[in-house]
Design a protein around this ligand. Structure first.
Ligand code: G6P
Length: 615
């Protein structure tokens, strides 16, 4: 097998994905990375490598199953890939066919038994699954009354048992019959005792990697991009079987489907941490380049995007988490510089808010992964009402990108750290570009200055590091900003929660007197986003009000003020609209450093996942 150099490969990746289940369900939903391999090479080492690369999708337990000489071997355990591999020698399992899994569970249940792969009673099948089988309880009851014995508490195990029932009809039929019984969302890969693998997807990603001597079936192109840049993106409802080195893709009726092979078309900077201790740190540092890359857009797509936008009767902008904060900035920029009115809707609220769209409406969906379930739901809702869909995504092969009327890419390369950093500043850089196009270059003259300023704040991180040491034990951190700085206050608070596990709240500075002032006391830490722009005087008054109550004030500003207990300096910008993209970086560094000080792994925050593909 040819091993491609990951530094040179062209990637078009769906490298995001995974997870989450927030309801207090009693079963343990798994959201995870899945991989299958069927080819001429030893499967286990390839699978272990893939799992390491996709570990950011879920990281509480790991397992591998291989097929060798008529038997299916299964090894699995709790822990990260490196640890489980060391304990169980996963990479040394024999056979050229196999499957693997990294898991993330929501409620307890991080046990060896709940780790995937799952087998059924006869041990002739093993399955790895990502998603939620909503009707698993009724299926389990039915299977148990038919004599099946379950060993795990997962929803996923039902898949193995149903496959087992239909296995005597052949693998293709077993896959079709099993998918018919499942409700919810899933991507699963199964290995069968006669040496074939089968995969199926519904509302969870699954992609086939095509090599000269075999196939991968993976939840993410990162699972195989070291070996091939040729991918087949399966559509919802597709089923595939790889048997005797032959790939067959078909629909739920067994009708063959021909999908094109996509040459991954995205330059992969580096999916390794390189010289950095963490992906998050690497990604923070990459921003000096990625904000430039965000400006490289296909002219025709950019024109179409702007045309649709300016001609819309009404405009809604949506996103989740960090991407929602970009939406807030976009709304502000459109109003201020484009004189265009838009509404923002956090994607999880869209079903209550997007009720009056029509064919003259536009929904702009912003997402790093392009796979966030809430975002895709918003798109579906808008589409059903006839609206056009514009999107800003990082993963250009994602479901969101593929469903949009025009999609602009943030072009920042794979983001592995669970907390968004470079994808956020790339979204902003792109939003500024779009705004600049719409306002006929009203921002262009000072474009270079924010790029230099980004470089500057990254190389002068000492004051953020010092401030992190001072506030690492704070139990509550408030972040204040007005105007464009308010979404950055929200984003900074999100970074502190995600990375440093600190209760943090972003507040519109003018709202201080309407409640938050009651919380200001000696042990409170307040970070003030306070560049010397139109918001400066009002915000400095807030700093005085806070200081008078004994709280610690950290100022992020181009101007030193005595009122600050700690000053994090940022460069002065002639175009004040660019401050958000610069001032968020010290907040990312601060949160990262606080995580380190608390001995928390910033790349893999507890209970979170990179992209939430379930509701
Ligand atoms: C998850 C991640 C966040 C991210 C959000 C939206 O919650 O942990 O970091 O901002 O999803 O992700 P998206 O890929 O749609 O931008």
């Amino acid at each position: 097998m040819t091993v491609l150099n990951p530094y040179k490969i062209l990637l078009n990746g769906d490298y995001s994905t995974l997870i989450v289940v927030l309801s207090a369900a009693t079963f343990f939903r798994s959201m995870c990375s899945i991989i299958g391999y069927n080819g001429k090479n030893s499967a286990a080492p390839l699978i272990v490598d893939s799992l390491k690369r996709m570990e950011y999708r879920g990281y509480d337990s790991v397992g591998v199953a291989t097929f060798d000489s008529g038997n299916i071997l299964v090894r699995k355990g709790i822990g990260k890939v490196a640890e489980v591999n060391k304990n169980l020698n996963l990479g040394q399992m024999s056979g050229n066919i196999g499957i693997g899994h990294t898991r993330w569970a929501t409620h307890g249940g991080v046990t060896d038994k709940n780790a995937h792969p799952h087998s059924a009673c006869k041990k002739d099948i093993a399955v790895v699954h990502n998603g939620i089988i909503e009707n698993y309880k009724e299926l389990k009851e039915e299977l148990m009354s038919a004599g099946h014995t379950f060993v795990s508490e997962t929803d996923s195990e039902v898949i193995a048992h149903i496959l087992e029932i239909h296995y005597n009809k052949g693998i293709k039929e077993a896959m079709i019959e099993t998918c018919k019984r499942l409700r919810g969302n899933y991507a699963f890969v199964a290995v069968f005792q006669d040496g074939a693998i089968g995969g199926a997807r519904y509302e969870e990603p699954l992609v086939v990697g095509v090599t000269n001597d075999g196939y991968f079936v993976s939840s993410d192109v990162l699972g195989f991009l070291e070996y091939t840049d040729k991918a087949i993106f399966l559509e919802n409802g597709d089923i595939c079987v790889v048997d005797n080195s032959k790939l067959e893709i078909f629909d739920s009726q067994g009708r063959p489907i021909a999908h094109p092979i996509t040459q991954v078309a995205w330059e992969l900077g580096d999916i390794d941490k390189g010289k950095y201790a963490h992906h998050t740190l690497k990604e923070i540092n990459e921003q000096q380049l990625t904000v430039i890359h965000a400006g490289r857009q296909d002219e025709a797509v950019m024109n179409k995007f702007c045309d649709v936008l300016v001609n819309a009767k009404d405009i809604y902008i949506t996103g989740s988490g960090t991407s929602h904060h970009s939406a807030l900035i976009f709304k502000h920029m459109l109003a201020r510089f484009g004189k265009i009115r838009a509404e923002t809707v956090v994607s999880s609220e869209s079903k209550y808010a997007l009720a009056s769209m029509d064919s003259n409406s536009v929904l702009i969906a912003i997402s790093q992964s392009g796979e966030t379930a809430d975002v895709l739901d918003s798109v579906r809702l808008a589409r059903d009402q006839g609206a056009k869909i514009l999107s800003i995504v990082n993963v250009t092969t994602s479901s969101l990108a593929r469903t949009s009327d025009a999609c602009l890419s943030t072009n920042c390369g794979p983001e592995i750290g669970v907390a968004a950093t470079k994808s956020f500043t790339s979204q902003l850089a792109l939003i500024y570009n779009i705004t600049d196009r719409i306002c006929k270059n009203c921002l262009a003259t000072e474009k270079a200055e924010f790029v230099i300023a980004v470089e500057n704040v990254i190389s002068n991180s000492a004051s953020s590091i010092r401030a992190a040491a001072q506030i690492k034990d704070a139990s509550d951190v408030y972040l204040l900003g007005r105007s464009l700085h308010y979404p950055i206050a929200l984003e900074g608070a999100l970074k502190m929660k995600e990375l440093a596990y600190v209760h943090a709240e972003g507040i519109a500075a003018g709202e201080l007197k309407h409640g938050p002032l009651a919380l200001m006391e000696k042990n409170t830490v307040v970070i003030i986003l306070n560049p010397h722009d139109a918001t400066f005087n009002d915000t400095i008054s807030n700093a005085h009000e806070i200081k008078a109550r004994g709280a610690t004030v950290i100022g992020i500003s181009d101007r030193k003020e005595d009122i600050y207990d700690y000053w994090i300096e940022i460069p002065h910008l002639k175009e004040e609209a660019y401050y958000p993209i610069v001032e968020v970086i010290p907040l990312q560094i601060l949160a990262y450093q606080m995580a380190l000080a608390k001995n928390v792994d910033p790349d893999y925050p507890r209970n979170l996942a990179k992209s939430v593909t379930v509701r």
